[in-house]
Design a protein around this ligand. Structure first.
Ligand code: SF4
Ligand code: SF4
Length: 127
């Protein structure tokens, strides 16, 4: 997905059990889940009162943690990429609301993140 980078706000919730069993099944399978229900590779910092969490093995993270792989595996061919990423962001934002993260963590995907073609119609490259 040339040019597009998912604007993760580092709440880290997708690397914990906040989203329930289904989300974490692969972490369990890989033996990556600690007793607190977090991935063993999740690193946490408190910077000026703001919790920021990031992957400690980002460059070598499992394939299922990669947004490009997630898109390939789960985006329906008929769905425009802009819609797919906005739905993904909605998932982040719902998790954040459910877990008490304030508005500043919300993920927003402006239409300008993707090309005009990607924003309005499915791409042909994955057909
Ligand atoms: S839930 Fe979304 S915003 Fe939070 S760390 Fe995961 S990808 Fe980033
Ligand atoms: S490997 Fe990294 S990206 Fe994947 S769940 Fe663990 S901390 Fe998150």
């Amino acid at each position: 997905m040339p040019g597009f980078k998912f604007p993760c706000t580092q709440c880290g919730l997708c690397c914990t059990n906040a989203g329930g069993e289904r989300q974490l099944s692969f972490l369990k399978d890989e033996g990556l889940l600690n007793k607190e229900g977090k991935c063993v590779h999740l690193e946490e910092d408190l910077i000026e009162g703001r919790l920021l969490r990031r992957c400690g093995v980002y460059k070598d993270r499992p394939l299922l943690c990669r947004t490009d792989v997630a898109e390939k595996l789960t985006r329906p061919k008929a769905m425009a990429r802009l819609i797919f990423w906005r739905l993904t962001a909605l998932g982040c934002n719902i998790l954040q609301e459910q877990n008490g993260f304030d508005e500043s963590y919300r993920v927003k995907i402006p239409a300008s993140s993707l090309t005009e073609e990607e924003s309005s119609a499915p791409t042909q490259s994955d057909e």
